[in-house]
Write a protein that binds this ligand. Sequence first.
Ligand code: UD1
Ligand code: UDP
Length: 382
Amino acid sequence: MKKLRIMSVFGTRPEAIKMAPLVKELAAREEIESLCCVTAQHRQMLDSVMDVFSLKADCDLDIMTPRQTLSTITSKCLLGMDAAIEQLQPDMILVHGDTSTTFAGALSAFYHKIPVGHVEAGLRTNDKYSPFPEEMNRKLVTQIADLFFCPTENNRANLLREGIHDGLFVTGNTVIDALKTTVRSDYAFATDTLNELDYAHKKIVLVTCHRRENYGEPMKNIMLALRRIAQDNEDVELVYPVHMSPYVRDNAQEYLSGAPRVHLIEPLPANEMHNLMARTYLVMTDSGGLQEEAPALGKPVLVMRRETERPEAVAAGTVKLCGVAYDDIVRMSNELLRDEAAYAKMAHAVNPYGDGFACARIADAILWYFGRSDTRPADFHA
Ligand code: UD1
Ligand code: UDP
């Protein structure tokens, strides 16, 4: 029988990290031809992930431009996707999450009447402008998709509330599958700064920050608060791999460069990042992915945003929203740095986002959808 041609489409760092184990799982199934189309919405940060996970693109749209706008990304992806679909002739297109690549990938599949599987479906803040533009991207992809791979039961409940009843699977998040392959207790860093840190005696605070809705005053507050925290706590080493967005880099440079105990470094390869996280004391971030990874590694997270579409780890007590006000960020991080009891309450491993078998469930669901298997995969339960 002819193999199913399943084309995974992704373009940014987080999509690539979360799709990498799925591309491989699909390739391991004899009924499936696993195809990989990258938009390269992120060029260097995508290539780094492709290297770490030894992935090869069957088609590369190479769309990135410096300081690209949302409209450029979406229109270049759409035009590129026409050619990719023509070339690779997929039976199904998989998109991940909530980026502009995700939206354009799904829209293009729809124009070509190709069924869409949405990986990481059902996350919601229900605030149209936060995260921006991601919340709208998710909602638009929901209207197009045929299969919905929800990381958690809560994500499925969001879709049911919106009247989506068919094609729902609770799979866990594929990021936990990826973490299983990268984190090692005997891992040796390739990055000098990371090798030279005093993990035994210092409190390593790992920071990332890049969201568009934080541009402007919130990002300035965040950066100045981080500077204060490093200045006031002599036992802290703040490690901040700075995102390649020029806007973010300008801010990090202006407010944090030269600050004591602050290490501004280049974006880390995913394996370096995951193993650094496994050795940190505290994570401070506005990233989505870090909110899922750190709880699995038993690391407390302060989320520098006003809301989160990932309430599961907040409920489990390992993630707290600290907002984007200078005073709140300083107060809440100082509490975790100075009050051992407060820290211990948050520092325990929980796995609300997956058990490491999300990709197997997704592959099983695809085979079931196409009638190549009689078994619908059982849902993931936290
Ligand atoms: C994008 C996603 C966001 C996701 C984030 C993950 C959209 C609209 N936003 O945001 O949902 O959380 O990726 O990191 O899809 N750049 C480089 N090299 C790279 C990557 C980026 O130079 O490898 C620079 C370019 O100047 C680019 C800019 O960063 O124009 C911004 O990239 P873009 O994809 O537009 O937005 P992000 O903020 O990265
Ligand atoms: N990440 C990485 N190197 C870094 C910073 C982040 O590999 O220097 C990883 C991180 O571990 C997570 C993903 O990138 O897996 C998160 O991506 P990002 O924060 O860019 O986007 P978001 O998750 O907010 O969409």
